[in-house]
Design a binder for this molecule. Structure first.
Ligand code: KIV
Ligand code: ZN
Length: 528
């Protein structure tokens, strides 16, 4: 019995949390994370109590392979899973990456619905043979094999049942039922799992999983309904990151089980107090900010605006709150931080927010905190978080020394910039179409590169015209993708720093990763 099945056998009401932020989440257009960021997120997921981490798609790129392998080697408690299409080469590559984990899993899939069958142009029989061959191969390599009929919710019932039976006979230990295009609804989702468990031969001996996309905004409801129907694994991502409208959000299913234990009587081993921290990290590294009104982790999820609500909250928080901010790791008794706060207060604040920083790292944040506090009356938790996320590394070759921009109604805008490059100051003036363009042109004039800008994103950390702007920049050069982030009350300065941070990473990546390291080379046609 593999460890996941054993956990369910011991506690029949236990639901396994399978997090796919690093695979399905990273598939969101523009959400590519760096190697180091993936390792960090995997570590946070592991510490948080996620049962299975889908760490990537090893055949997709050298970068994916390296990340899955290293996550497998570093994992402490979680099962580490990699994705593979239904061909032997993908499965071998996946096994190469996950085999170092204490508990490895291979996840292989094929699209079973009529629309998806048409792409590799297989008959139903040919596809069934392919499923048997690939799942058998995966099971010969690994004791823990997950199989998914992609687009299961639009697959003909008889064919779905038939293929699931084949996968179970070939040795799959988990059968995942994906609602790939977010088409199902809660009642249907529960019925489908219930029927599969009842009618598929061998259905009681495997774990059924649910994997829902959010195209109609029903992913969380559909996942919980599937659990009601007998699923014992929920596939989800932090902040609901994922293709198109995303996936079921981990924080939503976990908190729904916790808060409504009376009607959703299932449990997980997730430490919910870590939710806010990991949510913020994923938002930062993916470059996908969390929408303000997002359930559980949105900025407004615990904010009360109206007088009636505020009055009620002061008398009894339960009048308008069904969970406490502390339950998800939001600190209640915030220390008010300002320009008189010292290093000890900052360290304690950072600790409260889940960052254990000391030495040079603390000193660096402290210096930037003081500079910010001089410019801003109140320094909020979000401001401090932004300072942490925007740290530079000691070995950075490029540093911004000076920037002055002339902008306004009269074009052209121009930027006067000094960069310290490997310890030497270099100065340039450049023009552009707006202040950011002028600044980026100045940087380009001093740093030799051919990278193209894939993403430039700005968002205000807090309210008010003195709010810090967090800027994310993503660059691509010869198939190497890097991103940089910075925060400042001056949007143009934050933009320059974010661009420079990305270039610093690119300089390192040119030495450490081959060309094409982050370019995905998979296509659906290669399924067979
Ligand atoms: O949505 C989907 O069908 C998937 C599969 C690869 C499981 O992500
Ligand atoms: Zn998916």
């Amino acid at each position: 019995m593999n460890p996941d099945t054993a956990a369910i056998a011991r506690e029949p009401q236990r639901v396994l949390i399978f997090d796919t932020t690093l695979r399905d989440g990273e598939q969101s257009p523009g959400a590519t994370m760096s190697h180091v960021e993936k390792l960090e997120i995997a570590e946070l997921l592991d510490e948080m109590g996620v049962d299975i981490i889908e760490a990537g798609f090893p055949i997709a790129s050298e970068g994916d392979f390296a990340a899955v392998s290293e996550i497998a080697q570093r994992s402490k408690n979680a099962t580490i899973c990699g994705l593979a299409r239904a061909n032997l080469k993908d499965i071998d590559r996946c096994w190469e990456a996950v085999k170092h984990a204490g508990s490895p899993r291979i996840h292989t899939f094929i699209g079973t619905s009529p629309l998806h069958r048409a792409i590799p142009n297989l008959t139903k029989e040919e596809m069934a043979d392919r499923i048997h061959e690939t799942v058998t191969h995966a099971r010969n390599l690994c004791d823990n094999v997950q199989w998914s009929p992609m687009d299961a919710t639009r697959t003909e019932w008889d064919y779905l049942r038939h293929t699931v039976e084949i996968a179970i006979k070939a040795g799959a230990t988990t059968i995942n039922i994906p609602d790939t295009v977010g088409y199902t609804a809660p009642v249907e989702s529960a019925d489908l799992i219930r029927r599969l468990i009842a009618e598929v031969e061998g259905g009681e001996d495997v774990i059924f999983a649910t994997h829902c996309h959010n195209d109609l905004g029903m992913a969380t409801a559909n996942s919980l309904a599937a659990v009601e129907g007998g699923a014992r694994q929920i596939e989800c991502t932090i902040n609901g990151l994922g293709e198109r409208a995303g996936n079921t959000a981990l924080e939503e299913v976990v908190m729904a089980m916790k808060v409504r234990g009376d009607i959703i009587p299932y449990s997980t081993q997730i430490d919910t107090k870590r939710i806010m921290h990991i949510s913020r990290r994923v938002a930062t590294v993916s470059g996908f900010p969390v929408q303000y009104n997002k359930a559980i982790v949105g900025k407004n999820a615990f904010a009360h605006e109206s007088g009636i609500h505020q009055d009620g909250m002061l008398k009894n928080a339960e009048t308008f709150e069904i969970m406490r901010p502390e339950d998800v790791g939001l600190s209640q008794t915030s220390l008010v931080m300002g320009k008189h706060s010292g290093r000890a207060a900052l360290r304690s604040k950072l600790k409260e927010m889940g960052h254990d920083v000391e030495g040079n790292q603390l000193q660096d944040i402290f210096v930037r905190f003081k500079a910010l506090a001089d410019r801003k009356k109140e320094v909020y938790d979000e401001d401090i978080e932004a300072l942490v996320q925007a740290q530079g590394a000691a070995e950075d070759a490029l540093e911004l020394k000076f920037l002055r921009v002339i902008c306004g109604t009269e074009a052209p805008q121009s930027a006067d910039l000094t960069l310290t490059i490997d310890g030497v100051d270099r100065q340039v003036t450049a023009q552009g179409d707006g202040p950011v363009d002028a600044t980026f042109n100045a940087i380009k004039a001093l740093v030799d590169h051919t990278a193209t800008l894939q993403l430039y994103q700005v968002h205000a950390v807090t309210e008010g015209t003195d709010a810090q702007a967090t800027v994310t920049v993503r660059l691509e050069e010869a198939g190497r993708i890097v991103s940089g982030q910075s925060a400042d009350t001056d949007t143009v300065v934050a933009s320059a720093r974010a661009y420079i941070a990305a270039l610093n990473r690119l300089l390192v990546k040119r030495r450490t990763s081959p060309e094409g390291a982050d370019t995905r080379a998979v296509s659906y046609k290669d399924t067979v």
